[in-house]
Ligand binder design. Sequence first.
Ligand SMILES: [Zn+2]
Length: 355
Amino acid sequence: MTVEDLRSRHVELLRDRRVVDALTPSTHPNTTRYHTWTQVAAESREARLARLAEVRARPAPYRHGHLHDLQRTLDALQPEVLHLARSAGWTTGTPTLAAVFPTGALDGICVPVPGRGVLVLVNSGFLDLLAGVLKIMTCALPNYGTPPLLSSEQASYALAEAFNAYLYGNGAVEPRVLPELSGQRSALVGLMVRRATQFVVAHEMGHVMAGHLVHSRRWTDPTTPVGALDAQSVGWPREHEADRIAATIMLHSLDDLGPRQLDVHEPCLVGALLLVLFLHEVTDRLAEELGLAVPFAGSHPPPVRRIQALVEHLTVRVRTPRALDLAADVATWLEDQLTHVRDWFDQVDALMAGS
Ligand SMILES: [Zn+2]
C-alpha cells in the first residue's frame, strides 16, 4: 500500500462528489486579481457590495487548476510534517496523504481508507482564507513595513472579501487575488502560511500517530459544501492531545536555532499555530451570526477552549520572552477588524433583502 493509492482515492472522492474530474494544472489562470495596491477596494461602494453579494447568490464552480495549486502546496508540506514528527520521536506505519477538499470545516478531516491508509482532507476554503488574511495583515500593519500598503479601509474590504468567500464560497471561490508581496512581508507571509498549514496537518497526523482513530466513531455531517461527508470523531480530550502533539512537533523544529534566530522564528511559529485557532473562532462566530451551518461543529472543543489550552501548553515550553507577542498582535488586529467586516456583511444583507 502506498501514498499513490491514496492519491487515486483522493481523485475518486473529488470525482464522486462532483468537485472536479482531475487535479490538472490550469490553462486559464485566475484573472480576477488586483494588479496594484491602489486598485484594492477602489471601486464604488455599490460595485464592492455587488461583488460580495454575487458570491452569496451564485455558487461558483470548482476550478481544477485552483485545487491543483493548493494540492501542490500540501504535497510540499506533508514530507516536512512527517520529518518534523520523526525527529520529535513520533512515527507511524500508516500511509497518509494530506489532500485538498471542500470540506467546509476549518479542521482537517481524517478519512480512513480501508487497506490503504488515511486521507487527511484539508479545506480548500481554509487555505485561501489563511493566505489572504496573512497577506492583508502584513500590508495593513506598520510593524511589517512602512508605509503600509493598504489603508485600514482597504484592508477591511479585502478581509470582508476573504471571509465572504470562505463562508459562502463552498471552498470554490477565491477572493480577488492581491498583488505579489516582496521582501520582509513576502518572507513572513510565506513562513506563516507554511507553519499554519503544517499545524493543521500535524494535528491530524497526531491523531494517526497516537492511535486515536482506533477509538473513533463515525461522525456524518450533512451540511458540507458537497453534502453529507463522514469524519472520525475521537472526543474532546484527544482533540486537545492532538493540538499538543502538533505544537510539540513543531516547536521541536526550532531546537537547533541559535538565540538570535530563535528570537525571530519562535514568535512566528507560535503566531501561526494560534492563528489557525483564531480563524476558527472568528469564522465560527461569523457563521453563527449569519445563520450558517458550521460542518462538524461539536466534534472538536470550542476554539476558545483550544486556544486557552494551547497557550497554557506553549507558555511553559517557549524559549524566548516575546514568543507570544506576535500571536497577541494578530488576535487584537483580527478582533478590531471584525467590526468592519460585519459592517460590510450587514450592508450586503440589506442589499439582498431589497433586491
Ligand atoms: Zn482533531
